[in-house]
Design a protein around this ligand. Structure first.
Ligand code: CA
Length: 222
């Protein structure tokens, strides 16, 4: 779990680094906007702490560039500006949070934890492919925002295919996951359920997402 700190005030950067390390995070640092941008593009971080007033390139520009190059690492901005303008700007360009200096370091940690928790939920509990979304918390499937009513077995099949999207999943694996192994008719049953699933999620005019992989099984891809 590595956090990147982009902050030109050496003293603040050092304190953040030291205390974050004490909380068992790994820390990388950058001291101007350009260096920060290069590092954020090159490496994978769990979170970025990004000061707004920075040499070479300001934090708002860095955040904007990261988001427009499809890097969605959570960002907490720091500002010395007491008025809310910086805060609004930061959130507008895609930052997740903004803290006004001087701040309580414990509050920063609480916000880091909250963002990482939120992120974890988003990554593992909502699966997307094209406009199809499976939400494991709500146990709900939608396509183009429209609710799709699935039977428990169809849901299980879809869940498995979606968890491994882009991979061919063998019939055996699907059957073992959805039915008990001793269920003899399961191969036929699987075909029936796949057919129903297709009529529900790949409707007329939709881009087909469930694909047959000959001799193997099925795959979901866009
Ligand atoms: Ca600064």
């Amino acid at each position: 779990m590595t956090i990147l700190i982009i902050e030109d005030e050496k003293k603040l950067s050092d304190i953040l680094k030291k205390t974050l390390k004490g909380e068992r995070y790994s820390v990388d640092t950058a001291y101007d906007g350009e260096e920060g941008l290069v590092k954020a593009r090159k490496n994978t971080y769990e979170l970025i702490i990004l000061d707004i007033m920075l040499p070479k390139k300001d934090g708002v520009a860095v955040c904007k560039e990261l988001r427009s190059s499809n890097i969605h690492t959570p960002i907490i901005m720091l500002t010395s500006n007491e008025n809310t303008k910086d805060k609004i700007n930061s959130l507008d360009v895609g930052a997740d949070d903004c803290m006004i200096k001087p701040f309580d370091i414990q509050e920063l940690f609480a916000r880091i934890r909250a963002i990482l928790r939120r992120r974890k939920t988003t990554d593992s509990d909502v699966w997307k492919i094209e406009d199809l979304v499976l939400d494991r918390i709500k146990h709900e499937v939608t396509r183009s925002g429209k609710y799709i009513n699935l039977t428990p077995k169809e849901y299980k099949i879809l869940n498995m295919l979606l968890t491994h999207k882009g991979e061919a999943i063998s019939r055996e694996k699907l059957i073992a996951n959805v039915w008990t192994p001793e269920f003899k008719e399961s191969n036929n049953e699987l075909n029936v359920h796949i057919r129903y699933l297709r009529t529900k999620i790949d409707r007329k005019g939709d881009k087909p997402l469930v694909h047959t992989v000959r001799g193997v099984g099925f795959m979901m891809k866009d």
